[in-house]
Design a protein around this ligand. Structure first.
Ligand SMILES: C[S@@+](CC[C@H](N)C(=O)[O-])C[C@H]1O[C@@H](n2cnc3c(N)ncnc32)[C@H](O)[C@@H]1O
Length: 242
């Protein structure tokens, strides 16, 4: 990882002193990365219209943090259709991108989903996304070239049953967007922290209105940690080991 990371990380921490949940502007992140990468383009597809993927603002947040941290390995929990995995492999210089999703199953969880409930109930929404993932697979990874595919390590296993130490090497950038139940978010966070000396953890679906457990977990976590939420996005992050 780049040793200069400390400069921007310190500037961000000092400007938002103390523990707590700090809402910052996207502009603040853009400002931090601008000096070094003023003219940089990035590659993406139009945002997915499928419920459960990330927005354009979320993409910019992820790529700003990737530029600032220059991670050697990334861990994404919740591959879904591979939209974020694709974004990362196309734009990050990380050598490895681990991405985790549940194993395929024969039977759908919801036989005839209630679309209203999908948009209002977090657990139901999670079951719905598991079904879509199970049916469609990683469609956004299908046309990647061999070099890109080689950098992606797709692991089909429940994240709460994975031994992170054995499965993931050199990870310093984690994107948590798997199961949104409180216990799963906490488990994914604790296990990610256990393998990282210095880096960033980003949670998706903070303040989403559906996945209230993510918001509750991060509000609790912010009692003793400095957490940043980027206004207008569903991303919140914590710098670790700075
Ligand atoms: C919101 S989607 C992820 C969206 C993805 N990051 C994207 O950008 O499109 C959540 C995914 O997490 C998976 N998931 C849910 N619980 C999980 C668990 N315990 N372990 C691993 N994956 C899980 C679901 O199958 C689903 O595909």
């Amino acid at each position: 990882m780049d040793l200069n990371t400390n400069n921007w990380a310190n500037r961000l921490s000092d400007a938002n002193s103390d523990v707590g949940l700090h809402t910052i502007k996207l502009k603040d992140l853009l400002f931090l990365r601008e000096k070094e990468y003023f003219y940089r383009n990035f590659v993406t597809t139009f945002p997915s219209i499928t419920i459960g993927s990330i927005t354009l603002v979320d993409q910019i947040v992820l790529l700003c943090l990737d530029e600032l941290l220059k991670p050697s390995a990334i861990l994404e929990i919740g591959t879904f259709q591979g939209y974020t995995t694709r974004l990362l492999v196309k734009n990050s210089s990380a050598k490895t991108i681990y991405t985790v999703d549940l194993p395929s199953v024969e039977q759908s969880i919801l036989l005839s989903p209630d679309t209203q409930k999908v948009l209002s109930d977090g657990d139901y929404n999670d079951d719905y996304l598991r079904d879509i993932q199970n049916r469609s697979g990683e469609i956004y990874l299908q046309d990647l070239d061999a070099a890109e595919l080689q950098r992606i390590k797709l692991i089909k296993q429940d994240s709460t049953s994975i031994n992170f130490n054995r499965s993931f090497q050199g990870v310093n950038f984690v994107f948590i967007d798997g199961g949104h139940h409180y216990d799963i978010v906490r488990s994914d966070t604790d296990k990610s922290l256990s393998i990282m000396d210095q880096g960033v953890i980003i949670w998706h679906d903070f303040a989403s209105g559906i996945h209230s457990d993510v918001t509750r977990y991060l509000n609790e976590r912010a009692i003793s940690n400095q957490i940043f939420h980027i206004n207008g996005s569903l991303c919140a992050f914590q710098l670790v080991g700075f």
